[in-house]
Design a protein around this ligand. Structure first.
Ligand SMILES: Nc1nc2c(ncn2[C@@H]2O[C@H](COP(=O)(O)OP(=O)(O)O)[C@@H](O)[C@H]2O)c(=O)[nH]1
Ligand SMILES: [Mg+2]
Length: 223
């Protein structure tokens, strides 16, 4: 019996397209942030907070990945930010080709920062590079303390973990320390930002760090 390694081909082809995206972003001086999380952890809420904090300082665009609806793209458009919806149908992640194809309908060239909200899923998005500068994982306090151990790939791949919904900690049955410790077990290096997108607590620290990454990345891209 012969096994055909289809998965390997798909991953390799994705890597090639991700590199092309990367070169395109670099050429046009666009800093790209890929936001990943389980459904409902707060990706769009974090985007709203982040946009409110940095709008005017950078030209921002957003690509929204969703299975079916345009709810999130509508939320971003309501802020006056150009947004583009990729509906993936039944596909549980964005891939580099989908992002590449969006350039035909969405002129990203003028943006300083492009946020990509991935499809809500704790597994597949981590396996598909998009050509981004930064992978940010949103992990909410109410998802269960064991998630980093159950889904190590995504937590491991993250350049930063935003620990969202800290306002709900009193009801989550878990301490911030335990969540922190469990993330650290699979990702020893990434900064962890405890925030509440509801109350804005902690958001300033996240913004300060993100702005430093954007400025540093754009300088590097321009070099
Ligand atoms: N209490 C609380 N609710 C939040 C917070 N952040 C987001 N939410 C709520 O969680 C739900 C899902 O948020 P959303 O940003 O749409 O998550 P996404 O699916 O990851 O984009 C919404 O009802 C938000 O209002 C938070 O920090 N605290
Ligand atoms: Mg969303």
């Amino acid at each position: 019996m012969h096994l055909i390694p289809v998965g390997t081909d798909i991953m390799q082809s994705n890597e090639e397209t991700a590199l092309e995206n990367r070169a395109f972003f670099k050429k046009h001086g666009i800093y790209v942030v890929n936001l990943m999380s389980a459904p409902g952890a707060g990706k769009t809420s974090l985007l709203e907070r982040t946009i409110a904090a940095i709008n005017g300082k950078y030209k921002i665009g957003v690509i929204e990945g969703d299975l079916v609806t345009t709810y999130d793209a509508d939320r971003i458009a309501a802020l006056g930010i150009p947004s583009y919806q990729i509906t993936t149908g039944s596909v549980c992640h964005l891939d580099a080709k989908m992002v590449h194809n969006s350039f035909h309908g969405f002129d990203v060239k003028g943006f300083d920062v492009l946020f990509i909200e991935n499809v809500g899923n704790l597994v597949c998005p981590a396996e598909f590079n998009l050509g981004e500068d930064l992978k940010v994982m949103v992990y909410s306090t109410v998802e269960g303390a064991e998630k980093p151990k159950k889904y190590p790939l995504m937590f491991h791949a993250a350049d930063a973990v935003v620990l969202n919904k800290i306002d709900l900690l009193p009801y989550a049955g878990v301490s911030a320390n335990e969540l922190h410790r469990n993330v650290r077990e699979v990702n020893p290096g990434a900064p962890i930002f405890p925030v509440s997108c509801r109350t804005a607590e902690g958001v300033d620290d996240w913004i300060k760090w993100l702005r430093a990454r954007i400025d540093e990345g754009r300088l590097k891209n321009a070099a």
